[in-house]
Every structure is written in structure tokens, then in C-alpha cells.
Design a protein around this ligand. Sequence first.
Ligand code: 8YV
Length: 329
Amino acid sequence: MTANSPLVIVTRKLPDVVEARMRELFNVRLNPQDKPLTKDELIHAVQEADVLVPTVTDRIDRTVISMAGPQLKLISQFGTGVDNIDIETARNRGIIVTNTPGVLTEDTADMTMALILSVPRRVMEGSSFLKNGGEWTGWSPTWMLGHRIYGKKLGIIGMGRIGQAVARRARAFGLSIHYHNRRRLSPAIEAELSATYWDSLDQMLANMDIISVNCPHTPATYHLLSARRLKLLRPDAFVVNTARGEVIDENALARMIEAGEIAGAGLDVFENEPAINPKLLKSKNVVVLPHMGSATIEGRIDMGEKVIINIKTFLDGHNPPDRVHPAML
Ligand code: 8YV
């Protein structure tokens, strides 16, 4: 590795083993302080880097990409979602974009299940009561009653890898599986998951007990759960989102939960992260998590490994395996 080797700039601190391997393989500039880059710093990075490794917290928009130097040839996202990157502008400038699909499927599905269980069963509420010094006078037949999971209808929006992993888990909890997706699954997968397809999202929403958002954020899915669609939900329905905040009109959701028009929500992602609608923070019917879906050490190391494979393959003159094409979105 020489100082003349292609420069790889990583925008955030990654797990130690990932960084150590990157140092062995590449001429890499890391961010040990983990301070997110400002827009100016990002622009500076794309003017110097041959390969940029951003995360969900970096907005690689048209302005940033337009300022890139001609040496920038690869944006290797540490993450599966690429809605922070203007893929179209990158493509027009001949910059390849890759992501890290597959390796965070099971972790994200686990977190989705955790929220599906936590909200109706009031798990966080019970725990906070005790931890915040609530006076527990002992077991009571009518106190802290939530709602049964078994036998309820789960409507999954987005039946890709993560949606299907959620379905597999949810079946074991006795939920019946319903889904809406751009494309209907093959009969074999539908049979394996005992999944019912709803061509009409509106009709599915009106009939479900729990909705789980598992689709990517694209221009087509922005506010897919709009105020109008949220109104279709039954007042005893719960909403879970581990995908992207932008898929739900967060203000409308917060208003409707406050008004008792929706029973509650489990949210790992928000429309304007790290900001969260204060109504959601206050509501006892809402469980909020700070975007932790893929936050396992194993998952983050696997993501790093994917990034390394994409960069190494590209620098060796081959097509990186996890290339994102605009048509995929
Ligand atoms: C990642 C995610 O941690 O991969 C994704 O799409 O939402 C997260 O789990 C994050 O995006 C890292 O860039």
C-alpha cells in the first residue's frame, strides 16, 4: 500500500476489526472521532477520495455529487438503504454505488418482532414503571393489561428479504401473515409463509391488527402511509416501522395516536432523524428506539466485510457484487 494507492475515505467510525482490515488492504482515511461530516467536509471528501464509504447519516445529494472530483469512482455505502445517496446523479457521472444487502436481514427482523411484541404487551411501559420508582403494590388481575398477539393479523408492507424474515418469525407467534408488495411473491413462497397477498394497500390497512413497514424509502414510498391511509387503520391497530421514517407521515401518525385513532406504534426510525416528533416521545402507547435495527456487533462486522469486498473487487478491476442500479429502487 503506498500513499499513491487509491484513497478510500470512511465517514464514520466502524468496528475495529473492519477498520484494521481496511488499513491492511487500502490507503484509507478513517474517522476515529466518529464526528459526522458537515456538508463542506463531505464535499471536501468527494473531491479527494477515489472511494467514499458513507452511512445513512451522510446526505450524498446532487450538490455533493456534482462537486466530486473526476477521481471518485465508487460510493460503497455501509448500509442497505441508499436513500441518502442521489443514485441517478451518481450514475450520470459514472460513479458506481454499492450497498450491504442480506447481512442485516435477521437482526432487523428480530428488532421488528421486538417492537411487535413490546407495544401491544406494554413491555417498555411496565419496565419504565418499575425503574422510575413507580409504587408496585403487587400483582393485580386488571392492571397493565395489553393485547394478545396470538391469532392477530399482521400486514407487512414490503415483502423483500426483511419482510419475509419478519413473516417467518411472526408465524411462530401465531400471527396470520398478510402483505402488500410491488410484486406478488411466487406461489411457493406464499405457501411457505402462509401469506395472503393484498393488491390494494388501502384494503389491507383497513383489515389489520398490526402493520409492519419493511419497504425501502424511495420517491414512490415517501409518505406511503399518508394521513389519508393512516385513517384507514382500525383504532385498535398498531404500527411498527424498522425501515425508514419517511415512509410514514410522522406528524399525522403522532396526531392520530394522541387522538386515540390508532392504538400505538413501535418505531425504530423517524422522518427527520435524530429529531423525533415530541408527541411520540410523550405517548405511553409508543415505543421508540434510536435506529437500532441492525445494531449488533456481528451485523456491523458483516456489513464492513461486504463494504471491503465491494471496494476490493472494484479496485481489482471487476464488477462489485452489491451494485445498486437506479432501476432497482
Ligand atoms: C444501517 C439501515 O445501520 O442498512 C440500513 O439501511 O437502516 C441501518 O440498519 C444504516 O443504514 C447504516 O448506514
